[in-house]
Design a protein. Structure first.
Length: 501
């Protein structure tokens, strides 16, 4: 099936499913699949701070963006949970410089094009930073005390905690220590970790280090910055290595610094580069062997070091995302499923990267123009509505009939039993029978739907879109019936549902 036929087929099939919520999309017969839940077989726990967002450090160059006055953005973030984690980092963290006195230039590299206030740096003029594409060195940005004070007010408004990136790439140990001291004093208990750099395993690609830069050199630099900061701030918490994907760096980092780090961090992007025509919706929705390899490395270092692991930066397609993929309903299915995959593998949390009008950003916009929820936000919303709790065993029978169907069972902290099901099959609906192992007095479902898999705007969860400031309330809670301890739900192609027992 070519791309044009695929979109035309999906548009007709999924639109029919939305008009008739229980109708099965696609020309293929409905695939009957059984999900068997074993509540007595407990899995990993999902904490209330599992969900997170990631923004470029350059955004702090506009001190009024993350501030208590940005109530609209804070509302969107609170809707995703009242105890999440905001990570400040990204590629631009290596080009941000602590400026304790805004009247004096920061200690930046002595390059004419990298002046404080240079017009090449739009952030200095109060604008918004989108995801950095990593294709050239970004303009330098000054971070001032006002930005840190406003950031603390913003965190208070959201109820979220903080991972803060420092500049090891082009900065100095002394400046990092001064910045860390100020951030820790202002952020206080909101700060859960400093990260000393962003994707150091790729430093050689962007000219920050020479081509022979290896883990040994990185470890020596990391140790030097760590010691300088700890001398200034004795109880400063750290995480790392914050590598792009390199398990060959993650494993030795865990061995060498397991007593210095409070958790391990790494990144993951499902696709890229966006210029590659093979980076498609179809590919995004399929299982990715690279992710499984990263999870294996994660499990290895967790077992050997005893440290938890956080996917500190992730999204659908690197270099800022791909239009027609990263900004579509497919990303909502992919993103929510990734969150549960990570939780099932034992990860402590996740941070979806974004900002500005980046193609993959969960929350798009600016203070001047307002903000809106992009499709991937809806996947995070589904996850947040399921809430914290403990996963339990959930196994399929006849999954070969719908190979891109996934589901996860959770006993929430409120005592409710929930199943999140994702039908990522493009060509068939699924008749899913859930054997929950016990009778339930009441079973309901909230559906995540869109007219087409490549739709960018008309997504709903529980029958409703997300409104201004993250306002959302389900308007369509579907009651399900069952017998003998089983419940049946019809899942149209490319749709999801959160079932509550």
């Amino acid at each position: 099936m070519n791309r044009r036929d695929f979109i035309r087929f999906s548009a007709a099939a999924t639109a029919a499913a939305v008009r008739h919520p229980l109708a099965l999309a696609g020309t293929n017969p409905a695939a009957s699949v059984r999900l068997i839940i074993r509540p007595d077989r407990l899995g990993n726990k999902i904490g209330d701070d599992f969900s997170g967002l990631s923004y470029e450090s350059a955004q702090l160059g506009n001190p009024n963006f993350f501030s208590g006055e940005n109530a609209e953005l804070a509302g969107f973030i609170r809707r995703l949970g009242t105890s999440g984690v905001l990570r400040i980092g990204g590629n631009t963290s290596e080009y941000c410089y602590w400026t304790p006195n805004p009247e004096k230039p920061a200690n930046m590299p002595n390059v004419e094009s990298m002046r404080t206030g240079d017009k090449a740096n739009p952030i200095a003029f109060g604008l918004t930073a989108g995801p950095d594409t990593g294709q050239k060195a970004p303009a330098p940005v000054s971070i001032t005390p006002l930005a840190i004070h406003n950031l603390r007010e913003f965190l208070d408004a959201c109820g979220w905690k903080l991972i803060y990136g420092l500049n090891m790439g082009t900065g100095t140990e002394e400046d990092a220590a001064e910045e860390a001291a100020y951030v820790m004093d202002v952020a206080g208990s909101k700060l859960i970790a400093f990260q000393l750099c962003n994707e150091p395993d790729l430093f050689y690609r962007n000219g920050i280090r020479k081509a022979n830069y290896d883990f040994g050199q990185f470890a020596g630099e990391w140790q030097g910055f760590y010691q300088a900061i700890r001398a200034r701030v004795p109880h400063a918490p750290f995480a790392g290595p914050d590598t792009a994907y390199n398990n060959e760096w993650l494993v030795p980092f865990a061995k060498q610094f397991k007593h210095e780090a409070v958790f391990l961090s790494q990144h993951y992007y499902a696709e890229g580069p966006p210029t590659d025509p093979s980076m498609t919706i179809e590919r995004l929705l399929r299982p990715n062997p690279a992710l499984q390899a990263e999870f294996e490395g994660m499990k290895e270092v967790m077992n050997e070091s005893g440290l938890p692991f956080r996917l500190a930066e992730t999204n659908s397609c690197y270099q800022g995302g791909k239009p027609g993929v990263s900004d579509t309903f497919a990303s909502a299915l992919w993103g929510a499923d990734l969150m549960y995959q990570l939780a099932s593998a034992g990860g402590m949390g996740i941070n979806f990267h974004g900002g500005g009008y980046g193609w993959y950003t969960p929350i798009a916009g600016t203070r001047a123009n307002g903000f809106l929820a992009r499709p991937i936000y809806y996947g995070m919303l589904l996850f947040s509505q399921a809430g914290a709790g403990q996963l339990v065993e959930a196994k399929f029978e006849q999954l070969e009939r719908a190979p891109l169907l996934t589901a996860y069972a959770l006993r929430s902290v409120t005592g409710a039993f929930k199943v999140a099901a994702f039908n990522k099959n493009l060509d068939r609906g699924v008749r899913l029978t859930i054997d929950a192992g016990s009778r339930a007095q009441r079973v309901s479902a909230l559906r995540m739907l869109a007219p087409r898999v490549d739709d960018t705007t008309d997504i709903t969860f529980g029958g409703a879109p997300v409104g201004a400031s993250g306002e959302w309330s389900a308007t369509r809670e579907e009651m399900l019936t069952g017998e003998n301890g089983t419940t049946v739900i019809e899942l149209p192609a490319v749709s999801a549902a959160l079932v509550t027992f």
